[in-house]
Design a protein around this ligand. Structure first.
Ligand code: DQA
Length: 145
């Protein structure tokens, strides 16, 4: 089983960016955490981060025929990007949306998630633990393979 983990804009600034909201862990810490979880669960993975919408679309398209599922935190593009929604629908892989913060308790503009419309599950407000939950959810969904 192989998963693609996709991270959107400004997540490379974790640790520096609004630590009261996103925590003090860095993006490298997040990558380490995802790596630990995937190794423990016997899952192959690829992790990408980009500040560019098209690069995120390319990464999602690249998962077609290569990966079995997607964990995605589209960051700000969550609330704006029909292109990312369409890419998720195009590849039609089971996808789990993750947000570090509890977007449901934040500004009104964060209440809409386009990407979430193509996801089987949304996990928000659990910090890095949300990525672990997403990986484990997809492992269960896809079965050990
Ligand atoms: C985020 C929430 C988004 O609203 C925000 O634009 C982000 C990060 C989160 O992980 O909590 O950049 O996706």
């Amino acid at each position: 089983m192989k998963l693609l983990i996709v991270n959107g804009p400004n997540l490379n600034m974790l640790g520096v960016r609004e630590p009261d909201i996103y925590g003090r862990g860095t993006y490298a810490d997040l990558c380490d955490r995802v790596g630990e979880v995937c190794r423990r669960e016997g899952i192959e993975y690829e992790i990408v981060q980009s500040n560019h919408e098209g690069a995120l679309v390319d990464a999602i398209q690249g998962a077609y025929g290569v990966c079995d599922g997607i964990v995605i935190n589209p960051a700000a593009y969550t609330h704006t990007s029909v292109a990312i929604l369409d890419a998720l629908k195009a590849v039609a892989l089971p996808a789990v949306e993750v947000h570090l913060s509890d977007v449901g308790a934040r500004e009104p503009f964060r209440q809409v998630s386009y990407a979430g419309m193509a996801c089987v599950k949304t996990i928000a407000g659990k910090g890095f633990d949300g990525y672990e939950e997403a990986v484990c959810y997809l492992r269960e969904l896809l079965g050990a393979s």
